[in-house]
Design a binder for this molecule. Sequence first.
Ligand code: NAD
Ligand code: IPM
Ligand code: MN
Length: 342
Amino acid sequence: MKKIAVIPGDGIGKEVVAEGCKLMDALGVSYQIFNYDADYWLQHKQGISDQQLEELRTFDAIYFGALGDPRLPKMEHGKDILLKMRFDLDLFANVRPIQLLDVNHSPLRPEIANNIDIVIVRENTEDLYRGLGGRFKAGQIDEVAIDERIHTRAGVRRIVEYAFEYAVKNNRQKVTLVDKHNAIPNGGQLWLSVFDEISKGYPNIVGEYQHVDVACAIMVAQPERFDVVVTSNLFGDILSDLGAGLVGGLGLLSSANVNGNGIGLFEPVHGSAPDIVGMERANPLAAFATLAMLFKHVGLLDECEQLLYAIKQSISQDITTPDLDGKHTTSQVGEYIISRML
Ligand code: NAD
Ligand code: IPM
Ligand code: MN
């Protein structure tokens, strides 16, 4: 039996993960809950300790909701909980599929929207997220703030290789590197040279490059030009929310943080949505799609397929929350999904 840890987090993270947990209960899948969230951080002034991380390491998968709490406006706990897991478990690949489930929920014309089927492979351990830099003379007129963008050849190599291998295993035709080497040349040249070298080893996969600014325009106007997209940490973060906007919003997108061996961290792309917390308006479908990715990771393949099918049914039957123009509550959507699975 695989070991599953659950970290609900803050805000609607708790609400949507609760629905996923009800489904695991109904299926007899066991899990252990860890409350690493804003309350925990405020109480202990720390997130996941090194020792607690060692405990998490004994699990096969972590099902995570979202962090974000108005009492911690600087997201101090984000670094100590979410980024800590991504970095210290070395989960270097953040895989974010952007698929159209129902053309009626896209703001694009149907003939364009119907072609959306993109997987963003986001580097997850380097770039501006590493916290290198500093701030001094804070608040003064001559204040200085520096955030350094770091890329290593080894780090770039493994994510680009991951993207090409992902393309092969998932029968995809093209990998596009998205970066910005015309304006940010140092890291840009590193990414380009690694990408060119690795793409030579995959003659059956088309390797392309786009600058991130034009990539945004292409994603909206000609999404069929993208298949697998490999990119750095921050650009991947931004492109995935752009993708969410194209297929029906953040209530639908799931992600996997993995490194190809062992533990994976699975989370919806959305945040804690403080504007709707406690209102039963949170769309649990992203968290269910996330659970489907987790099921696949731990070998529950039938459950994964059934869950993906149930998600499609919920949308086609209009058993949805207000973000998808539905009239149902978070738990009603959850109940529907569970009823389709049993
Ligand atoms: P957000 O994703 O929380 O919300 C953006 C908008 O989308 C809001 O209007 C929200 O109501 C809506 N939305 C998001 N998920 C939804 C869902 N499942 N159902 C219905 N509507 C949904 O992004 P934000 O407002 O920029 O951030 C809020 C907090 O979450 C911040 O503290 C931010 O740092 C944090 N955050 C955390 C994560 C994470 O833990 N992985 C991801 C993104 C943002
Ligand atoms: C995400 C979030 C996180 C990120 C934040 C909360 C640090 O936006 O998972 O997309 O930027 O990676
Ligand atoms: Mn994000």
